[in-house]
Design a protein around this ligand. Sequence first.
Ligand code: SF4
Length: 83
Amino acid sequence: MIQGNRRLAEQPVPLIDPTRCDGCGLCVRVCPTGALAVKDGKAIVATPEACNYTGLCEAICPTRAIRRPFEIVVLDEKTTKVE
Ligand code: SF4
């Protein structure tokens, strides 16, 4: 199970695939807000409210275990019309 999905609608946090994570801790070291931790040999989002979505974790992960989901919102013509 990929951790983090349930928070996507409220506050997005990185998703971590534990089958790919080897617990190296690089993401924890680069996170500027201390949102991540390694527990039982796997990365977790320990402090979700601290995450500011910098993407450094995603960029540094050697196994591509952590990634940031983005929600695409399609606005209709009325909503996007500029007068
Ligand atoms: S950098 Fe990737 S492999 Fe290393 S602990 Fe973080 S999520 Fe796991």
